[in-house]
Design a protein around this ligand. Structure first.
Ligand code: SAH
Length: 579
């Protein structure tokens, strides 16, 4: 009678995390074979089984013994922690069987029973660090050449995988983790989140959240798994979270989504997908000559990602409040660039060349979208500004002329900070787009009537780019002529006789567009900014998603004491026919 081999992963170490099948298989067995510590961990499940305990480095004799006993007719349970197929006993058992010419049809029966591997158990304690493409790398060079291991570390780092390091360090192997950190730092920021978990779901469980730069300051040993985040991983409230990418298509803090369900899977909503890239590639075959010109550009824009675009809200290149996702502090890209410089400095790269090496740091390409104008009151673009814009937009970006005193720029870039930095340095005013507040000022008669400009600037500083339920235009004109149409905007402000007139609730689009209601005359200058700020804050807080300002005003009936006045509906006559 042929016996049976069950190769069992019993999970991280707690009874609650052993699968039902693993328990049964252990209990059904005649013999249990495993490393001492593991046998101790599952002792509570044993009844009459014969137990074969071995030392840690005796895997081969353990496997041979297991095969021997199974061939002698026994039901043998070989136990591994985590999953037996992940640096466990499953492979070795099959290798021993292969040596013996074992065949499935007439050899001993083998069942491999899956368990929760350390990458999963450890991740669950850290938050959700392994949400995206990840790999496991064992730093043990007892059986694998170090050269191979470190090449894999480098490949994983350069391809932006989340990495789970198994066997990171032991009493004798202490340098491997040091060398691994050094290589990882060539590709990732020292601020990359790192989780260090010792003895997950066991008695001496210890969870540490740190960074790539500081990871070696913590205790790392044989019972530890180290998880390195990718370039988008963040720490939130003591948890490590790797975004899945939902923010590319969804606005996570809004109920109403920019893309409707049926639109989400369209190629044009996924410009980063293979289909979109292929479509684009086939289009560009006929444009090869143009592409040659593109190659010589030095602005780092990729040729592979081209329009139609969506904004990736992860990065906040404009530093404004609009994208919401990031609180104060530096963007991950800025941190990554700083890391690049630190690594260079550490390696003795001359200061002038630091941070310049191409492809040195993994940078994710972003679709960057923003509005650009020569200034609030300034309406003239210089030739230099136009040339810079042309260069930044290049062959593949777009620049769209909008009805709002702004040009809408969309480009693909892996370095948004440098793009926006250059444009700002040239004196251009950059603003976020979307459902945000925008101050639309006049040219103050070429600055002849500039008295009220400071108020417009202060409003822009406080409210420009602020997130609101629907795009909100605040018109600001410097004299009673209001020739830039402030009174037609959502909120209109007109400077007249050293005071301000206020208009609320213009309906700026549609067949039934109408001007805003004049609600106040002669607002004292020192009260203006606060008044507007309170009105906008109320709209931001109480407006329904997508509710335009005029509808909001009509619904709430009163803002800062200014009452909405019902307007009689127009009677529209049928078109007159000539008789
Ligand atoms: N088969 C196991 C891995 C064995 S290699 C599995 O799938 O999880 C041994 C390494 O696994 C350890 O050095 C450690 O990196 C990791 N490991 C196993 N159990 C762990 C636990 N409970 N907590 C943290 N790391 C663990």
């Amino acid at each position: 009678m042929k016996g049976k081999l069950s190769v069992i992963g019993f999970g991280p170490g707690s009874f609650d995390h052993i699968t039902k099948r693993a328990r049964e298989a252990i209990q059904e067995s005649d013999v249990v074979i495993g490393y001492n510590t593991y046998v101790d961990l599952i002792r509570g499940l044993l009844n009459e089984q014969q137990v074969v305990r071995t030392g840690m480095t005796e895997e081969v004799s353990r496997a041979q013994e297991a095969v021997r006993q199974a061939e002698a007719g026994k039901t043998v349970a070989v136990i591994s922690s985590g999953d037996a197929g992940v640096y466990g006993m499953a492979g070795l058992i099959y290798e021993v069987l292969m040596e013996k010419g074992w065949r499935r049809e007439d050899g001993v029966e083998v069942e491999v029973i899956p368990g929760i591997s350390a990458i999963n158990s450890v991740a669950s304690l850290l938050g959700a660090p392994v949400m995206h493409d990840a790999c496991t790398i064992s730093l043990s060079d007892h059986l694998t050449p170090w050269e191979v291991i470190i090449r894999r570390v480098e490949a994983a780092a350069s391809a932006d995988f989340v990495i789970a390091l198994y066997n990171p360090r032991s009493g004798r192997r202490t340098r491997q983790i040091v060398e691994t950190q050094r290589v990882l730092l060539q590709y990732r920021s020292p601020d990359t989140p790192v989780g260090i978990v010792k003895s997950a779901y066991r008695e001496r469980q210890d969870v540490v959240i740190t960074t790539l730069g500081k990871m070696l300051e913590h205790d790392i040993g044989m019972l530890t798994t180290v998880i390195i985040g990718n370039s988008t991983t963040v720490v939130y409230d003591g948890l490590i979270i790797t975004p899945r990418g939902y923010q590319r298509k969804y606005t996570l803090d809004a109920d109403v989504q920019p893309l409707r369900p049926h639109e989400r899977l369209r190629t044009e909503a996924e410009p980063w997908s293979l289909d979109a890239q292929q479509e684009e590639a086939s289009k560009s075959v006929s444009e090869e000559n143009k592409a040659l010109a593109v190659e010589s550009r030095s602005d780092g824009l990729s040729e592979s990602v081209k329009g139609p675009y969506v904004v990736d809200s992860m990065l906040d290149p404009l530093g404004g409040p609009v994208y919401g996702a990031r609180a104060e502090g530096e963007s991950p890209l800025a941190l990554a660039l700083e890391a690049l410089r630190l690594v260079d400095a550490h390696r003795g790269v001359p200061e002038s060349a630091q941070g310049e090496r191409n492809g040195y740091l993994f940078k994710q390409e972003q679709i960057l979208e923003f509005a650009v104008s020569p200034g609030l009151a300034e309406k003239k673009l210089t030739a230099q500004q136009l040339m810079l814009l042309a260069e930044v937009v290049g062959e593949h970006g777009t620049m769209e002329y909008t009805p709002h005193h702004q040009m809408l720029v969309r480009i693909a870039t892996s370095d948004p900070e440098s793009v926006t930095g250059r444009l700002r340095a040239a004196g251009l005013l950059l603003a976020p787009v979307g459902d945000v507040a925008q101050i639309k000022a006049c040219d103050f008669c070429n600055m002849d009537k500039a008295d009220s400009v400071p108020y417009a600037e202060e409003l822009h500083r406080r409210l420009g780019g602020m997130r609101v339920p629907k795009e909100l235009k605040i018109g600001f004109n410097g004299c009673g002529m209001a020739c830039y149409g402030a009174v037609k905007e959502d909120i209109g402000i007109v400077y007249r006789r050293e005071k301000f007139d206020l208009f609320l609730g213009g309906k700026t689009v549609g067949r039934n567009a109408h001007v805003a209601q004049p609600v106040a005359e002669g607002i004292e200058p020192e009260r203006l900014v606060e008044t507007i700020e309170r009105i906008v804050a109320r709209y931001a807080a109480d407006g329904h998603p997508n509710e335009r300002f005029h509808k909001f005003y009509k619904r709430v009936k009163e803002l800062e004491g200014y009452r909405y006045q019902e307007v009689p509906a127009f009677q529209i006559e049928n078109a007159v026919c000539g008789d």
